[in-house]
Design a protein around this ligand. Structure first.
Ligand SMILES: [Zn+2]
Length: 356
């Protein structure tokens, strides 16, 4: 189970600057769409990747951009699961009216400056069952191949399941094996706000971080493999924490002090032992990653930083990871935004939220 699945790497068409729109139809390859290579090539020319598909979405209020039906998105996500070898097959969704209302309320409650930025970049939110994660975000291009916005797809059955703290605890436990002695509890809401709507709100804030990175230079595009990114000096947020290794992989600048980082894997099967929790969070405090999930990938570093900053600083909500060993609290990890270690990231986020 993945929180924020990102679109498959669509090289080389997009890298070469080719317009997906111009390629549509006439260049759609005739191949076996059950094969990953074929699925990738069909995704490259898929209508949902073109701004034309989303028509005048940006002219509508945010609430109207939350739409249930989308056969095209089911098709696109199916190709993506084939391309990324994810063993689920997306299906059309019929979310309950209450769930759709929760998504709209979650957005409406966000700070005005966040909504203003979204108005320019969020093309739509759609619902698809079994998409292979809770949420999926991907960029969309105009007829000249320039990024023009992003869309989000949500899995209603996954969203319907948990309240805020229950969801956050489930997510933050997922990198660690359950050994019966070590335990992690996450708190992101209190009292009556600990409900499903506020779980959805935090999930959306993370996805909105990805949406707001469209056309910006916070980090290299996730459509480009690290080995092909080239000089990274143009990505100031990325530069604060990441580099490309000589083997062409993203590594953090803190890996020497944070040896657990390379084994931090969310959702797909834990690689860290329960007894490593306290050391992992202790080492995380020596970095400028606001959350453990931020340490997994440059794009998720930005999305998590955005979500955690807006949630705790702009919305004044809690964020606490409490670690217990045999029932006794051994460590409490909190927000980093008033600490020196996160100052530079905070400055970039605040500049972005000021708007152009
Ligand atoms: Zn993400």
């Amino acid at each position: 189970m993945n929180l924020g699945r990102l679109g498959a790497m669509l090289l080389p068409a997009l890298l070469a600057g080719a317009s997906p729109h111009a390629l549509a139809a006439k260049d759609a390859p005739a191949c076996d769409r059950a094969q990953p290579e074929c699925a990738l090539s069909l995704m490259r020319v898929h209508p949902v990747k073109t701004l034309a598909f989303w028509k005048d979405a940006l002219a509508h209020p945010l609430a109207e951009r939350v739409v249930i039906e989308s056969p095209e998105l089911v098709d696109f996500l199916t190709l993506d699961t084939i391309a990324q070898a994810i063993p689920t097959r997306p299906r059309p969704a019929s979310p309950s009216p209450g769930l759709v209302a929760d998504v709209r309320s979650a957005i409406a409650e966000m700070p005005a400056e966040v909504q203003r930025l979204l108005e320019r970049k969020l093309l739509g939110i759609r619902f698809v069952e079994d998409l292979g994660g809770t949420g999926f975000t991907d960029w969309v291009y105009d007829e000249r191949g320039r990024p023009g916005g992003a869309f989000i797809v949500l899995d209603p059955s996954v969203l319907a399941r948990r309240k805020a703290n229950e969801w956050a605890t489930w997510k933050e436990r997922s990198p660690f094996r359950d050994d019966g002695a070590d335990r992690l509890d996450a708190t992101i809401e209190t009292g009556a706000r600990d409900d499903r709507m506020h779980a959805i709100q935090y999930i959306l804030l993370h996805e909105f971080g990805h949406v707001l990175s469209v056309g910006e230079h916070f980090h290299p595009s996730w459509s480009i493999p690290p080995s092909q990114v080239g000089p990274t000096g143009a990505f100031p947020f990325f530069e604060l924490s990441w580099k490309v290794s000589s083997e062409g992989r993203y590594v953090s600048r803190f890996d020497g002090q944070f040896p657990e980082r390379s084994r931090v894997v969310y959702y797909f099967g834990p690689k860290l032992d329960g007894r490593e929790m306290a050391a992992t969070y202790g080492h995380l405090e020596r970095t400028n990653f606001p959350t453990l999930y931020a340490a997994t990938h440059p794009g998720d570093d930005f999305a998590e930083s955005f979500a955690n900053y807006v949630h705790t600083v702009r919305m004044g909500r809690p964020f606490e990871i409490r670690l217990l060993h045999e029932g006794r609290a051994v460590k409490v990890y909190g927000p980093c935004w008033s600490e020196e270690r996160c100052e530079a990231k905070r400055a970039i986020l605040e500049k972005m939220l000021q708007g152009p």
